[in-house]
Design a protein around this ligand. Structure first.
Ligand SMILES: [Zn+2]
Length: 605
C-alpha cells in the first residue's frame, strides 16, 4: 500500500496570495503593514476615545480592522507554506520574519485594543446607539469582559515581546522537533520510511501486527524524547499559570471560558454528562471487538477497519461523493464546495515535512479559506474531507462579516464541520447496499463521535489534572504519564486494554501545546451539531435557512445568542443528553444489522 498514491496531484494553489515565495510584494506588504500601524498609533495614541464622535470612532475602528486584515496576509501565506513543508528552510525563514513583523504591527496597535477594553459602559451604549456602529456591539462587549484582566500598555507589550522567546519558542520547538521525526517500519517484507502522520494513519490498517508495530514504534520514539517533550509541556503549563496569576484569572480555564463566552458550570455539566455516558462507549468497544473477532480490543484496534471493508476511495471519488451529498443537502453547500476543488484551495496528499492531520485555515474576510489534508484513501479520510469542507464553508459564508466579527466562537467553530461529516455519512449510509460497508460506515461514524466527544473529555480531564498538579511542583515524566493513564482508564474501563507505551500518548497531542483547553470545544461543537441535525430532520428546509444564517453570522454574537436564533437553548438541562441519544440510536442500528453469529468471526462476548 503506497500511502502517497491517493490525491497526489491535488495540491493547493497559493497564487491568490502571492505569485511565489520570493515575490517582492510579500516583503512590501509586511513593511507597509508595520508602517500603517505606526501611523495609526501616531494619530490616535493619547486621544480619549470617549471624546470621539460616532463617525470618527467608526473611522478609527475601520482603519484598525483594515491594518490587521491587510497586515496579516503575508503571515498567513508564510504559515501555509510552512505547513506544507516544515523542513523547507526558505519557508522557515519567511515564517519567522512574518511572525516578528506581525508581532511588531500588533504592538503598535495594542494601545487601541486596550483603549477599547477601557471604554466605559455609558460610552459603549452611546456608540452602539449609532446605526453605523451597531455591528460592533458584540465585539466591544466581548473586549470589555477582559477589562479586569488586562494590564497596563507597557506590561502588555513586555508580555507580548517576551512571548517570542517564551511560549512561542516552545511551540515552535515542538512543531519543528516532532515534525522532523521519521520512522522506519517493515511493511509487506520491505522496510520503509514514514512520517508521524503516516504512522498514525497506520492505526487504520487492517493488518493487526502492522497497527501494533506502528503504534508501539511511534510512542516509543516519543518516550525516547521525553526530556524535550516533558520539558515543553511543563514550561507551557507553568508559563500559562504565571501569566494567569499576573492577570488575575481564577484558574487555568477561566480565560478560555471568557473567550468562549461559556459559563464554567455549563462546561462542567457537559463534561459530567459525558462521563456518565462512558458505558455507552464501552458497549461500542465490545461490539467492535466482536466485529474484529477479538476477545478484547487493545488500543491500537480502536480505529481498525472491519475485515469486510477494505474499501479504498481515490480522491477523485471522494470529491464526487462530497459534491453530491453537499448539493443534496443545500445547493449553496454544493456550490461553495465546488469552488474549493475547482480553484485548488485544497492540499490533499501526505508528504514528509507536511503538518499531520487536517485543518482549515479561515484566513480573513477578504481572502478565501484553504484546506490541508493528509488524504490516504480510507472511508474515514472522506469524512475528514467533509469535516474540513464544513469549516471552509463556514468561513466562506462568514466573509460577509468584517474582521472583528469574522471568526466564529471556538465553541461553534466545529458546528459546520461536524454537520458536514453527518451529511456525508448519512448520504453514504443511504446509498450503500453492501452490508460490510454499511457496518464499516456506522462504525466509523460512531468512532468519530467517540473521538470527538468521549476522547476530548479524557483529554480535557487530563489537562485539568496536569494544570492542577503543576501548581505544586514540576511534573516528572512519570507523573504526566500516570495522569494520562488514569484519565484514559476511566473511559476504557474493562472494554479496552491499553498497551504500556500508551503512557506516552499525551506527548503528541498538539492542542496541549498550541491551545490549552481547546479540546472541550470539540465536545460542545459535536453535541450542539447533533442537536441542530435533529432539528434539521424535524423541520426540513425551513431549518436550513436558519443554519445558513447562523454560519453567515460568523463571530458577530455570543454562542448563546447565535444558537438561540437557530432555535437551540443551551441552558436547558436535557440539552446535553440529546447527542447521546443519537449515538445510542447508531449503536442500536449497528447491532440490528445482525445476524451476529455470521458477522462475528471470532469469540463474541
Ligand atoms: Zn474541526
Amino acid at each position: 500500500m503506497d500511502l502517497n498514491m491517493e490525491g497526489q496531484s491535488v495540491t493547493w494553489d497559493l497564487a491568490d496570495l502571492y505569485p511565489t515565495p520570493g515575490d517582492p510584494a510579500w516583503a512590501d506588504d509586511l513593511d507597509r503593514g508595520v508602517a500603517r500601524a505606526r501611523r495609526f498609533q501616531a494619530s490616535y495614541k493619547g486621544i480619549d476615545l470617549s471624546l470621539l464622535s460616532p463617525a470618527a470612532f467608526f473611522q478609527a475602528l475601520k482603519e484598525y480592522e483594515s491594518i490587521q486584515e491587510e497586515g496579516v496576509k503575508p503571515f498567513l501565506y508564510a504559515s501555509l507554506l510552512f505547513s506544507e513543508d516544515s523542513q523547507n528552510t526558505e519557508y522557515k525563514t519567511l515564517l519567522q520574519k512574518a511572525k516578528e513583523q506581525w508581532n511588531e504591527l500588533e504592538n503598535h496597535l495594542l494601545f487601541f485594543r486596550l483603549a477599547l477594553i477601557g471604554l466605559s459602559e455609558d460610552k459603549i451604549e452611546e456608540i452602539l446607539s449609532d446605526l453605523s456602529l451597531k455591528d460592533y456591539g458584540h465585539a466591544l462587549q466581548f473586549l470589555r469582559r477582559f477589562r479586569a484582566f488586562t494590564r497596563s500598555e507597557k506590561e502588555e507589550e513586555i508580555l507580548s515581546r517576551k512571548n517570542l522567546t517564551g511560549r512561542s519558542a516552545f511551540t515552535t520547538l515542538f512543531d519543528e522537533f516532532t515534525g522532523a521525526f521519521s520512522f522506519r517500519l517493515e511493511v509487506e517484507g520491505e522496510e520503509k520510511e514514514f512520517t508521524a502522520s503516516q504512522m498514525l494513519s497506520l492505526l487504520y490498517a487492517s493488518d493487526r501486527s502492522l497497527r501494533e508495530r506502528a503504534f508501539r514504534t511511534f510512542l516509543q520514539r516519543h518516550k525516547e524524547n521525553q526530556l524535550v517533550l516533558g520539558t515543553i509541556l511543563n514550561a507551557l503549563i507553568f508559563d500559562a499559570q504565571v501569566e494567569d496569576d499576573l492577570r488575575g484569572y481564577q484558574g487555568p480555564m477561566h480565560r478560555i471560558h471568557l473567550e468562549n463566552e461559556i459559563l464554567p458550570e455549563t462546561v462542567e455539566l457537559m463534561m459530567e454528562v459525558t462521563e456518565a455516558h462512558y458505558p455507552l462507549a464501552q458497549e461500542y468497544f465490545q461490539v467492535k471487538a466482536c466485529l474484529l473477532g477479538l476477545p478484547k480490543l487493545k488500543n491500537y484496534d480502536l480505529y481498525a477497519p472491519l475485515p469486510s471493508s477494505p474499501r479504498k476511495i481515490p480522491f477523485e471519488e471522494a470529491r464526487g461523493l462530497l459534491l453530491q451529498s453537499f448539493q443534496g443537502f443545500h445547493p449553496l453547500f454544493g456550490r461553495i464546495a465546488g469552488e474549493f476543488f475547482e480553484n485548488r484551495w485544497i492540499d490533499a496528499p501526505p508528504r514528509k515535512g507536511k503538518y499531520g492531520g487536517a485543518f482549515c485555515s479561515g484566513m480573513t474576510p477578504s481572502l478565501h479559506p484553504y484546506l490541508l489534508l493528509n488524504y490516504s484513501g480510507n472511508l474515514r479520510d472522506v469524512l475528514t474531507l467533509a469535516h474540513e469542507m464544513g469549516h471552509g464553508i463556514h468561513f466562506y459564508l462568514a466573509r460577509k462579516q468584517t474582521l472583528m466579527n469574522f471568526d466564529p466562537p471556538l465553541t461553534l467553530a466545529e458546528t459546520a464541520s461536524v454537520f458536514g461529516e453527518l451529511v456525508m455519512a448519512q448520504a453514504l449510509l443511504q446509498e450503500e447496499r453492501d452490508l460490510g460497508v454499511r457496518l464499516a460506515l456506522l462504525c466509523i461514524k460512531i468512532e468519530d463521535m467517540i473521538a470527538t466527544i468521549f476522547r476530548q473529555n479524557v483529554l480535557t480531564r487530563f489537562e485539568q489534572q496536569a494544570y492542577q498538579w503543576r501548581r505544586n511542583h514540576l511534573l516528572t515524566d512519570e507523573e504526566i504519564c500516570d495522569l494520562w493513564w488514569e484519565a484514559n482508564a476511566k473511559l476504557f474501563g474493562d472494554s479496552v486494554e491499553m498497551i504500556p507505551e500508551y503512557r506516552w500518548g499525551w506527548s503528541y497531542i498538539s492542542h496541549f501545546i498550541h491551545s490549552r483547553f481547546y479540546c472541550y470545544s470539540y465536545i460542545f461543537g459535536e453535541l450542539v451539531s447533533l442537536a441542530l441535525f435533529q432539528k434539521y430532520e424535524e423541520e426540513g428546509p425551513f431549518f436550513l435557512n436558519r443554519l445558513i444564517r447562523l454560519l453567515e453570522r460568523g463571530g458577530s454574537g455570543s454562542p448563546h445568542d447565535l444558537l438561540k436564533d437557530a432555535g437551540v437553548d443551551i441552558e436547558r438541562a436535557d440539552f446535553w443528553q440529546k447527542g447521546f441519544r443519537v449515538i445510542r440510536q447508531l449503536i442500536d442500528e449497528l447491532k440490528s444489522l445482525g445476524p451476529w453469529d455470521k458477522i462475528c468471526v471470532g469469540p463474541s462476548k
